[in-house]
Design a protein. Structure first.
Length: 511
């Protein structure tokens, strides 16, 4: 149509010889009507036809210089024969979104969202929030846009999150199964973060600190030699009797060894050194400090005389070589100098143990979003999506899973497109006086971390203190994950690689 009008205008143009005309700009204090008439009259000097009289008009254009301090403004009235306008409804998109409320005792809502194709993920979340408030009769302060996350769910796993506000909504394809999850409010997550942090401080202060030993005056040159290139590690390894190089290197790796293993190894070193110091040739002048010896005739001396004395002559009559040969853990220590070197190496190993707690990255109080799926036999329910504190450990995560599962059982329906499993729990199945049947069920569950892609070469990993090998009953009672277990005290965000979109699976016992 535009091409046809141009041809008709050129063929019927009354102006045969077109003069040169400069494009005029609106002058200062000049009205739009006067500026438009002036521009139109100049345009008629070059273009004049019946097509122009019926189909052509003017468009006002205003340009302002973006350079600070310039202030130059150019306003013109340009001729225009046609404008491009979108057809009604051509830029709209209809999306099907399943909204999952935080309170899973409420049923999920299937929402139909009409949104512009050029909209963003933030705009989609705003539309979902408005429709959810209308569906559940919520007030404005009961559901916030920042507490909603959009996800693509496939085969009981969150395939990907659409979490960036500025991303275009066309990232979501027509084949995606879209869910909108309501997350825990940020204020609740921050409050829980501070609570867990205080609990961790109290637990850390009450834990027994590894016993420190006072090393004798080792020559400074020897210390520098041991410090160079971590030579103390090689020296400590050479003292081992029943440990190969791979086992010892594991104790020097924070990710491959457990805290209890490192502490136990250090305790063995301390015990061996204390035994060596009692030997006759240890050259330990501080075996019996003078201030600890009571004066003769005092009440303390009389009390000590009435107490049974420990026969320490056996250890003190041994030499270093004789005592170390009796050890099943360490090799022979023959001289006081070798004992001093071992003491210094033990001190360096203790510093290594204590430094592991200070090398962790600071945790954010904003929380993280993770997913988990309940699995029983071959059936699944989920995925569940939750915003949890970054310092939540696996034991506390089990409690959160228990609460979510309780809501799901009350609702009686799956919250995903997967099949709903038979998750009924009978009170007779648990004989724990102080524990609800559902809590006992979660404490028996095996936790595994699996990649989102079933064809991935990455294997699933079991986390927590309950594994497939120890799920059998002991004396008729199932094995339960205890909050005091070291594996249960590990942080969930450190065991679940959120960057690679791993999913947590909770395997409930079959019986």
């Amino acid at each position: 149509c535009a091409y046809l009008l141009d041809i008709l205008h050129e063929d019927t143009n009354r102006v045969r010889k077109k003069p040169y005309v400069e494009k005029p700009e609106q002058e200062e204090n000049e009205s739009d009507e006067v500026a438009a008439d002036k521009a139109w009259n100049l345009h008629l000097q070059r273009e004049d036809s019946r097509v122009l009289e019926n189909f052509m008009g003017q468009v006002k254009s205003r340009l302002e210089c973006p350079v600070q301090g310039c202030g130059r403004i150019s306003t013109t009235f340009d001729p225009s024969m046609y404008l491009s306008v979108p057809l009604p409804g051509s830029t709209d998109r209809v999306m099907k979104v399943t909204f999952v409320p935080l309170d899973l005792s409420k049923k999920c809502a299937d929402l139909t969202v009409n949104i512009c194709k050029n909209s963003s993920i933030l705009g989609l979340r705003k539309h979902v929030a408005e429709l959810a408030k209308e569906c559940y009769n919520l007030k404005d302060d009961e559901l916030h846009v920042e507490d909603i996350i959009i996800a693509d769910v496939f085969q009981n796993k969150v395939w990907q999150y659409f979490a960036k506000d500025d991303d275009a909504v066309d990232r979501i394809t027509e084949n995606d199964i879209v869910y909108a999850y309501e997350l825990e409010p940020q204020s609740v997550v921050k409050r829980a973060f501070n609570l867990y942090r205080e609990q961790d401080k109290s637990t850390t202060s009450s834990d027994s600190t590894p016993q420190q030993i006072e090393s004798n005056s080792l020559d400074p040159a020897e210390k520098r030699k041991l410090d160079q290139d971590e030579q103390w590690q090689n020296e400590l390894e050479s003292c081992q009797l029943k440990m190969n190089e791979i086992e010892f290197s594991r104790l020097l790796n924070a990710t491959r060894s457990k805290k209890v293993e490192r502490n136990e190894f250090y305790a063995k070193i301390v015990k061996f050194i204390q035994g060596c110091k009692k030997c006759s040739d240890s050259d330990d002048s501080d075996k019996v400090p003078m201030e600890d010896v009571p004066m003769e005739g005092t009440d303390q001396a009389k009390q000590n005389e009435s107490k049974p004395k420990r026969d320490s002559t056996e250890d003190e009559s041994l030499t270093l070589e004789e005592y170390s040969e009796m050890s099943k853990q360490f090799k022979t220590i023959r001289t006081p100098r070798e004992l001093q070197v071992l003491e210094y190496c033990a001190k360096k190993y203790l510093q290594f143990i204590l430094s592991l707690g200070s090398t962790k990255k600071p945790l954010s109080e904003d929380g993280v979003v993770l997913q988990f799926t309940i699995k029983k036999d071959m059936q699944k329910i989920g995925p569940f999506v939750a915003r949890v504190p970054t310092n939540v450990n696996l034991s506390n995560l089990r409690d959160l899973i228990g609460r979510r599962l309780s809501h799901a059982l009350t609702n009686g329906a799956s919250i995903s497109n997967g099949d709903s499993a038979d998750m009924s729990v009978e009170k007779s199945s648990a004989s724990f006086a102080s524990m609800s049947p559902l809590t006992a069920l979660i404490r028996q569950a095996v936790l595994t971390v699996e990649p989102k892609n079933n064809k991935s070469i990455l294997e699933s990993t079991t986390i927590g203190s309950v594994t497939e090998s120890n799920t059998a009953s002991v004396n008729g009672c199932p094995v339960l994950a205890k909050p005091s277990d070291e594996e249960e005290q590990e942080l969930a965000v450190e065991k679940i690689d959120l960057a690679k979109m791993y999913a947590l699976f909770v395997h409930l016992p079959s019986k």
